[in-house]
Design a protein around this ligand. Structure first.
Ligand SMILES: NC(=O)c1ccc[n+]([C@@H]2O[C@H](COP(=O)([O-])OP(=O)(O)OC[C@H]3O[C@@H](n4cnc5c(N)ncnc54)[C@H](O)[C@@H]3O)[C@@H](O)[C@H]2O)c1
Length: 418
């Protein structure tokens, strides 16, 4: 991330624009410019060689008006407070757009997991869980995986928190393994939701899956599952990338073979040469396509490359991949941007299903989870489209406006607004 990029400012600027578009006064939504609470922790971890290293970590609740905080835990060497604040705020908006009974929160640790052994990461995760235990809980704030974390980390957090409480508390985190209180369908949920939105927009814009070419940046949980779902739908995935670089074939890539390789912890740069050209991430973003799906990190489409984007539609699978300035350039160039807080909500909807199962001590079949995701995603899309048409604004501003309306209603009902 570039040093002067502040994603929380990106959030508040978009908030102001959306409020202005629907005639909402600052006094009605100013509470969303503040986080409710921010916990900063220092995590000492004993290394395998006997030395001790110290890691910075955070857990931030942006807003819990509509329910307990909900949001992932990110392990990345670039993690810093403004990034966590922005990610927490985007969760508030996303949960409101999806109409889930949750607020927004996020956590992170400044660490590159690839630099440490599994036992070092386990000790780090358990110590981090202890440090943030006073501010999390099934009715307080429910973490989940994000960049650099997975079901394994959630299992450790759930176990550590349960040990502290002296009872089994499955509902403290979501995204756990199915055999440890997790839910069927959670792993695929975000990518499935992304492909569902793509499918709906293909219908709207008159594309069939087989005429649609797709470019995906990031091949992790979200990008990888999106690639598989869209490939299975009949779309041509013409370029993909991960942190090590990308590959492109305008006639379509062999996604099943690539995913098999990547799931085995392979980086794309090591994928054996074949019927494709190797490209870097900058070139990937410039590739001509129907849907460009950034599914890696924030701040990828900026004012310096927005003029080069060659997609008919940008569908944001990652959180915050497009800056405010880039949004304006894409708008002027008539390239619609389908916003993260609508497109990647599948994961948090599945997390909601997992949490409800944990609290009720029940198990849902995968069909029940997928039906719930489809229902919530379709409703969110319908509600966003209504606002977009009513005010003739971008999809991002419409999604923000929907969240603003729902959040200010709660704020008013709680007695904070006249
Ligand atoms: N996992 C979820 O359910 C979920 C839900 C909503 C939003 N998100 C968001 O989606 C994004 C991806 O999350 P994930 O869970 O798939 O993470 P992940 O760690 O599983 O995968 C991230 C992918 O991005 C690639 N990547 C990292 N840096 C890159 C770079 N500079 N250029 C190109 N590729 C790069 C990695 O190699 C990897 O393939 C994040 O923004 C996350 O916040 C995730």
């Amino acid at each position: 991330m570039s040093n002067n990029y502040n994603p929380f400012l990106n959030f508040t600027e978009t908030l102001d624009k959306a409020a202005k578009a629907i005639g909402m006064k600052l006094s009605e939504y100013e509470f969303l410019k503040h986080t409710e609470s921010e916990l900063k922790v220092t995590i000492p971890v004993r290394m395998d060689d006997g030395s001790t290293k110290y890691f910075d970590g955070w857990r931030i609740q942006h807003n819990t008006l509509r329910g307990p905080g909900k949001g992932g835990i990110r392990y990345s060497p670039d993690v810093e407070i403004n990034e966590i604040k922005a990610l927490a705020a985007w969760m508030t908006m996303k949960c409101a757009v999806a109409n889930l009974p949750y607020g927004g929160a996020k956590g992170g640790v400044c660490v590159n997991p690839r630099d440490f052994s599994e036992s070092e990461i386990e000790r780090l995760t358990r110590k981090y869980a202890i440090s943030i235990s006073p501010v999390i809980g099934p009715q307080r704030d429910i973490p989940a995986p994000d960049l650099g974390t997975s079901a394994k980390h959630m299992n450790w957090i759930m176990d550590t928190y349960s040990t502290l409480e002296g009872v089994c508390v499955f509902g403290v985190v979501t995204g756990k393994d199915v055999d440890n209180g997790g839910s069927h369908g959670r792993h695929e949920a975000t990518g499935r939701g992304v492909s569902l939105i793509a499918q709906e927009f293909m219908k709207m814009y008159g594309y069939s899956p087989k005429d649609s070419t797709i470019v995906i940046q990031g091949l992790g949980n979200v990008g990888g599952v999106s690639a598989e779902c869209l490939y299975n739908m009949g779309c041509k995935i013409i370029a993909i990338s991960d942190i090590s670089g990308g590959i492109r074939n305008y006639n379509g890539l062999d996604i099943p073979s690539i995913m098999k390789f990547v799931k085995n912890k392979g980086l794309l740069k090591d994928y054996p040469n074949g019927d494709f050209e190797r490209i870097d991430n900058a070139e990937l973003l410039r590739t001509e396509c129907t849907f460009l799906i950034p599914a890696a990190l924030e701040n990828q489409i900026t004012k310096s490359n927005a003029g080069d984007i060659n997609a008919k539609v940008v569908l944001e699978a990652a959180n915050g991949p497009t800056t405010v300035a880039a949004d304006e350039i894409l708008f002027e160039r008539n390239i619609p941007v389908l916003p993260d807080i609508m497109c990647n909500a599948g994961g948090v909807i599945a997390s909601y299903c997992e949490w409800v199962q944990n609290i009720n001590g029940s198990h849902w079949r995968i069909e029940e989870v997928n039906d719930t995701i489809d229902r919530y995603m379709t409703n969110a899309l319908r509600n966003v489209l209504e606002i977009q048409r009513k005010y003739d604004i971008t999809f991002r501003l419409a999604a923000y406006a929907l969240a603003l309306q729902r959040l200010t209603t709660s704020f008013r009902l709680r007695g904070f607004l006249a």
